[in-house]
Design a protein around this ligand. Sequence first.
Ligand code: F6R
Ligand code: ZN
Length: 186
Amino acid sequence: MQINPDLFTRFDPLGGTIEGAPQIERRLSDMRGAFADEDAFNAALAQGDPVLYTLAAVAPAHGDGALHYAIAQIAPGRIGAEYYMTKGHYHAWRPAAEVYIGLSGTGFMLLEEEESHESRLLPLTPNAIVYVPGHTAHRTINTGEIPLTYLGIYPAAAGHDYGSIATENFRKILVAVNGEPTLVDR
Ligand code: F6R
Ligand code: ZN
């Protein structure tokens, strides 16, 4: 029987891959402006341009009611005191919510509501589910020693607004203080 890859696939929770889904890479050089410590960023980039995270997305259809999903994997590491993380984004269609499910590794999701700018830090670990409401910027952060892998499921119509984060970054950053993840003002 022929299996339609839009209807069924398999994933590797340790590798961060989905069978049949292309994997894209986000390197350090793609992250200019994201980390608070610009000197540490430039020093790290002078040493090389590592892959900070990968993303494998499945986008079966775009019609009303359709869902897309993606598995991302963030490497362990830091720029200065700030942990490796995703760029972060709002959904271009602001009401679109998203469900995140932790698969392996240890980290957090940083949420920031667009109007109130209220920040929330929620753990993302295996067996954790994080609901990201609409109108909320979201960024994922690896605070562990191994890759952090998770699944995100979102409306096909959500889209990504990275520009708003590029011009006005998250107000909080997650940094290591005495080895402990600590949320502080940027
Ligand atoms: C999709 C979503 C995730 C992210 C992934 C990478 O709406 O939130 O699949 O795309 O965590 O992060 P970004 O997209 O911010 O580079
Ligand atoms: Zn999203």
